[in-house]
Design a protein around this ligand. Structure first.
Ligand code: AMP
Ligand code: MG
Length: 267
């Protein structure tokens, strides 16, 4: 059985001791890419059935440090999927209107409807990450959010949403290399932001915030997966394996056809 990297956080753990390097879990990049493509075909098929069935919902949450690979994951995973059945939401700095509501208001509006797959590029978890690290609100406000998030995700789960949460775990050195290529390659310049360098200075603070987030919010109904993400090919493969396994388990079925279709004659 391949490693799923599902977090079992009964005991405290040290996030920086968890692997960022995928090579140790898969010896061969070519084989990984072949398996990935086969799984992606199966994903496309299962998604069709999920959409046709129109009953179940799947929510995929992606979190990572800057340059952690959220955009690339979305591009690779969703390639070839029927766009009508998927919604990607990228959560940015909240607007004035969003800030005038509770932190889950904008999130709840974006969760998938029946038959749909929702992908969150950043999420409600920013409200215990960037918000915590940069003291955007006091601890008395962010501290209760772990429980509020667990309750919110339980509500989604109890009303028919499967939830998968992936933390793309890269090393600080890998982030440096990816930032550098954003500087060096003109077509990547647009992705570079000086603000990201500011956030990099807070790396240890982010690791502490991620660690507590993973510890507090990896539940039975909404598990976190800590994906070694220094190698994009391994990251893609392990995430795809988990998504396909989950959809197989959800087992969506095409609805019953109307009776006696074989007697229908089209004039
Ligand atoms: P990007 O993902 O590069 O487009 O950047 C989006 C930015 O929005 C990141 O710097 C996030 O930290 C920030 N952001 C997302 N959600 C929140 C939030 N709830 N509060 C503050 N900043 C946020
Ligand atoms: Mg960015």
């Amino acid at each position: 059985m391949p490693h799923t990297h599902r977090l079992m956080a009964e005991r405290p753990f040290n996030l920086e001791a968890l692997p960022t390097d995928g090579k140790q879990f898969h010896p061969n990049r070519d084989e990984a890419e072949t398996e990935f493509k086969a799984l992606r075909k199966e994903f496309v098929q299962l998604q069709r059935q999920l959409y046709a069935e129109g009953k179940q919902k799947l929510l995929i949450v992606l979190q990572a440090m800057d340059a952690g690979g959220k955009d690339g994951t979305i591009r690779n995973i969703l390639k070839g999927v029927n766009p009508q059945g998927v919604r990607v939401h990228s959560f940015k700095v909240p607007s004035k209107e969003e800030l005038a509501h509770d932190f889950l208001w904008r999130i709840h509006k974006a969760v998938p409807a029946q038959g749909m797959i929702g992908v969150f590029n950043r999420s409600h978890y920013e409200d215990v990450l960037v918000v915590r690290v940069h003291d955007i609100v006091p601890e008395a406000v962010w501290r209760p959010r772990y429980e509020q998030i667990n309750n919110f995700e339980k509500l989604l789960h109890d009303t028919g949403t499967r939830i998968l949460k992936f933390y793309l775990h890269i090393s600080k050195d890998e982030q440096k290399e990816r930032f550098q290529s954003r500087l060096d390659e003109p077509e990547k310049n647009w992705k570079f932001s000086l603000e990201d360098l500011e956030k990099r200075k807070f790396w240890p603070h982010y690791m502490t915030a991620y660690e507590e987030m993973l510890q507090q919010c990896s539940t039975e109904w909404a598990p976190w997966y800590v994906v070694p993400a220094n190698q994009k090919w391994y990251r893609n493969l392990t995430i795809m394996r988990t998504i396909v396994q989950t959809l197989r388990d959800m087992n969506p079925q095409y609805p019953e056809a109307e009776a006696n279709l074989d007697q229908v004659v089209i004039e």
